[in-house]
Design a protein around this ligand. Structure first.
Ligand code: TYM
Length: 366
């Protein structure tokens, strides 16, 4: 029995129940270094010590209307990338969000406790609405503009209720830890708020509050190579795990820099800071120190910095790329992994949904 529990990965060797970890990535295209360092590399590092459930968020991807022919391929890409990065299907529950219909039902129920005002104030919603409607104003004005919008452009309700669905992903597993990048922290804050609200409304301490996890460090924000902001698919500044050597080197060599320091100990500009941040993630500490010192004494050559950076990124990505290409063609293996994952995920999800229905007063007559 004890052995079986260890194999299930729910109990640690000393018999304690492991903490539950839950995270997911939207099926909107290949994974980039932001996804890798903000999320996936942590998923892999956590798989031995926690009871981990990782999924592909295909329902969340629908909020931005993917080509129906591409959605399934995108899901498959991410599954292959999860496995290629080192997630072991025997240690983790790996599943596709839409394979767990309990999530959709609980999303409907949870929406009854979520305010449209708080959803409209979410930064990610404002961002997407701004882009969809071509709105330029900041702050509270955006909400008025969205409501008053008379054009043919629409911001769909799925985008508005995106944080409810994310909260349900997490709460349906009673997750303790949610490894995500910095950009997802507001969603996590909302999840905690919805959990507290549910508990206090029904006067039952049913949900606990989940937190981000980064091995004791701050949440990660991986910058892009274009001089400002974060690496992201919609920013078009990504280095992908699947990039081949030539493409990757080219992207790094084209990274935005500045004219170089003119005096010793000059302040470091944003584009160069970004390159140092990337280097901190992929290179040896001594390499980063070398280039920081070279910056400080004005001997730095950005060409050398970029060459070294590309080299060190490739050390991580090339072996993953090879495994992706291999796994991506193995439909049978991928199906087996997600079938097994869906079964396990649905066990917990069905139990939580039954509890939530009961707490909210939904009972059957037959
Ligand atoms: P998504 O698909 O946008 O991103 C997936 C993960 O990658 C991280 N990430 C980054 N981290 C650091 N620097 C970057 N430049 C960067 N870009 C992306 C994100 O923080 C995230 O961890 N809403 C989620 C998906 C989701 C989810 C969930 C996550 C749905 N339900 C439940 C956790 C738990 C999203 O859109 O992530």
């Amino acid at each position: 029995m004890e052995n079986k529990e260890i194999k299930d990965n729910k109990t640690s060797e000393n018999g304690d129940k492991k903490k539950v970890v839950l995270s997911g990535i939207r099926a909107t295209g290949n994974l980039h270094l932001g996804n890798y360092y903000g999320a996936l590399s942590k998923f892999v590092r956590m798989q031995d010590d926690y009871d981990c459930r990782y999924f592909v968020a295909d329902l969340h991807a629908l909020t931005t209307h993917p080509d129906p022919k591409m959605l399934h391929e995108n899901v498959k890409d991410i599954l292959a990338e999860y496995l290629a990065a080192g997630l072991d299907p025997d240690k983790n529950t790996i599943y596709v969000q839409s394979d767990v219909p309990e999530i959709s039902e609980m999303y409907l129920l949870m929406n009854m406790h979520v305010g449209i005002g708080e959803l409209m104030r979410t930064a990610s919603f404002k961002d997407k609405a701004r882009k969809a409607l071509g709105i330029h104003s900041e702050g509270d004005e955006i909400e008025k503009e969205i409501i008053g919008n008379q054009t043919n452009q629409r911001v769909n309700a799925g985008l508005l209720t995106y944080p409810t669905l994310m909260a349900v992903d997490i709460l349906i597993h009673h997750a303790d830890l949610v490894p995500v990048g910095k950009d997802q922290e507001q969603h996590l804050e909302l999840t905690r708020r919805f959990a507290r609200r549910f508990n206090s409304f029904y006067k039952t301490p049913y949900f606990s509050e989940p937190f981000n996890f980064n091995f004791g460090g701050e949440a990660v924000k991986v910058p892009g190579l274009d001089g400002s902001g974060k690496m992201g698919k919609s920013e078009g500044n990504c280095i992908y795990l699947i990039d081949d050597e030539k493409t990757l080197r080219k992207k790094v060599m084209r990274a935005v820099t500045d004219e170089g320091p003119k005096e010793p100990d000059s302040p470091v500009s944003e584009p160069i800071k970004n390159l140092f941040t990337l280097m901190e993630l992929v290179s040896e500490p001594s390499t980063l120190e070398h280039f920081k010192n070279a910056y400080a004494d004005c001997s730095i050559r950005y060409g050398d910095l970029k060459k070294q950076l590309a080299e060190d990124i490739l050390k991580t990505t090339l072996p993953i790329r090879e495994r992706i290409l291999d796994i991506r063609n193995n439909d049978e293996y991928i199906s087996k992994v997600v079938r097994q994952g869906a079964e396990k995920a649905r066990e917990t999800a069905a139990k939580t949904l039954a509890d939530v229905r009961e707490i909210m007063g939904i009972r059957k007559f037959y």
